[in-house]
Ligand binder design. Structure first.
Ligand code: FAD
Ligand code: SIN
Length: 483
């Protein structure tokens, strides 16, 4: 059987694409673990949108300024101009955002936004609410525990995908259109905020197939994650907390962010993360997020999940300050697409959401523009593919279908080493000589007999290192120390 669409990923980008593809089409959605094990589910702060027509130009400008003007302006325009219609469509179909006391949509503020324009749901559980809504709307099949390990590409056409269904079994499926919505790369770093399902394998497949990745040096580190646990995945303390009054202090209660930027805690994310990194390395003082601007009942109602999580960890909010550190959060770079979300040089392959790089985020993503990107560019991809109505003929796919080994004994130690290497050498501050050494070490790993999934992860990591090596000057989230 040939599907009309295969969608790799069940986050906001994949599920919204599925929602917009007519029920009459045969669609298969693949995801690595359960459908909700994705970054979308964990999103806290909200979804950015132009508030009305007059705000579009300001939203565009804020996105460009945060992105160090390295953005693809056309993509930013698509994002913002479509935001009103896309949000309205979600609301009309039953998604409920939080309302203010007048019963109107409640907009919050996050760093580098010139006004409040972020919608949220269930306080600080926007991702979970949006994901539940999209799952409830899903009229197509979802196959869980399906780990894509290859794209069937031949002569500029994608015929479908190959994937593991267990440790040893694989399947191959064919489709007229394939949409990559497999998210970012979080598990490549030692400390991150991401779902454990997110490890960048599909970006690695693209490297192997010679498809272009773009801006892979542009990795975003969130300034405020809770520092007190030993897990690689760190609990996020949403930027909306700072947007509504939380602030960053050292152990002596000194608010040092203003020494780095006029906007203090509300400077662009890359600036705040770098400032925390620099201040900590200079002073060795512990750094905290303070909530003492908040009244308890308001805090508990506005941020119910953060309140409950930190309460479980023994913190009495908003009265106690909480130790923080930056951690890997988001990949601005990804699979290069054109303005229709189509992967370059392949007729019927699309990439959307965090996996893609249309250039919309430039060198540093503006807070809460990612959920919006997922919604807008999934719509763009579906519209383009429906219009083109491309059909494959399976008999034209003449490549041999390989059989892959999913994991090998040595994988665990190499994976752990890779995470440390990336955290130490390709994180907030980089330098050329350590990047060069790290590339050599990754190349050695690539020559080992590693499992297929680690091999792909290594290719993606290498693309980050190489892109960082090649950009000699600092820009946005990419900071090169000359020392
Ligand atoms: P994801 O939601 O990550 O989904 C990826 C999907 O791909 C998953 O289903 C996964 O199983 C699947 N997948 C991955 N690899 C494979 C494979 N090899 N084979 C098969 N399937 C695969 N952004 C905002 O705009 N606002 C916020 O408030 C916000 N808060 C955030 C909070 C946290 C803690 C995190 C981690 C991120 C946050 N972000 C936020 C960023 C945003 O959530 C993500 O960028 C966005 O949800 C990505 O959506 P996606 O659909 O592209 O990918
Ligand atoms: C947050 O809530 O701080 C995350 C927002 C984002 O990543 O856009």
């Amino acid at each position: 059987m040939i599907y009309d669409y295969i969608i790799i990923g069940s986050g906001i980008a994949g599920l919204n694409a599925a929602r917009l593809i007519p029920k009459s089409k045969k669609v298969l959605i693949l995801c690595k673990k359960s459908p909700w094990e994705c970054n979308t589910f964990y999103a806290q702060g909200g979804i950015a949108t132009a508030v009305d027509d007059t705000d579009i130009s300001n939203h565009i400008q804020d996105t460009l300024t945060a992105g160090a003007n390295y953005n693809n302006k056309e993509a930013v325009e698509v994002l913002s101009k479509n935001s009103l219609e896309c949000i309205e469509d979600l609301i009309d179909n039953g998604l409920e955002f939080d309302l203010n006391s007048e019963g109107e949509l409640a907009f919050t503020k996050e760093a580098a936004h010139s006004r409040s324009r972020i919608l949220h749901a269930d306080g600080d559980a926007t991702g979970r609410m949006m994901h539940l809504f999209l799952l409830s709307q899903c009229k197509h099949d979802i196959e869980t525990n399906a780990v894509v390990n290859d794209l069937l590409i031949h002569d500029g056409i994608c015929y479908g995908v190959q994937y593991f269904v267990s440790e040893t079994e694989e399947k191959t499926v064919y489709a007229h259109n394939t949409i990559i919505a497999s998210g970012g790369i979080g598990s490549i770093y030692k400390y991150h905020t991401n779902s454990t399902a997110i490890a960048g394998e599909v970006q690695g497949i693209c490297v192997e197939k010679g498809l272009a990745l773009k801006d892979m040096e542009m990795m975003q580190f969130h300034p405020t994650v809770f520092k007190g646990t030993s897990f690689a995945r760190k609990a996020l303390l949403s930027e909306a907390l700072r947007g509504e009054g939380a602030y960053i202090v050292d152990e002596n209660d000194y608010r040092f962010l203003f020494d780095y930027h006029i906007d203090g805690e509300l400077a662009p994310r890359d600036v705040v993360s770098r400032a925390i990194f620099d201040y900590f390395h200079k002073t060795k003082l512990q750094i905290y997020l303070s909530f003492d601007n908040f009244e308890k009942n308001f805090f508990r109602k506005r941020f119910p999940n953060i309140y409950a999580n930190l309460n479980d960890l023994g913190y009495d909010l908003p009265f106690e300050k909480v130790p923080i550190s930056p951690a890997f959060h988001y990949a601005m770079g990804g699979i290069e697409t054109d303005i229709n979300a189509k992967v370059l040089d392949v007729k019927n392959l699309y990439a959307i959401g965090e996996a893609a790089c249309s250039g919309v985020h430039g060198a540093n993503r503006l807070a809460s523009n990612s959920l919006l990107e997922g919604v807008v560019f999934s719509k763009v991809a579906v519209e383009d593919s429906l219009k083109k109505n491309f059909k494959i003929s399976c008999e034209n796919y003449t490549n041999i279908i390989k059989s892959y080994v999913r994991n090998q004994e040595i994988d665990k130690s190499i994976k752990d080493r890779l995470r440390v290497l990336m955290w130490e050498n390709a994180a907030i501050v980089r330098n050329s000589s350590s990047l060069e050494k790290t590339i050599k070490e990754v190349d050695n790993f690539l020559n080992e007999k590693v499992g297929r999934l680690l091999f792909l992860r290594l290719l993606t990591a290498r693309s980050i290192l190489e892109a960082a090596m090649n950009r000699k000057e600092s820009l946005g989230a990419h900071f090169i120390s000359k020392k």
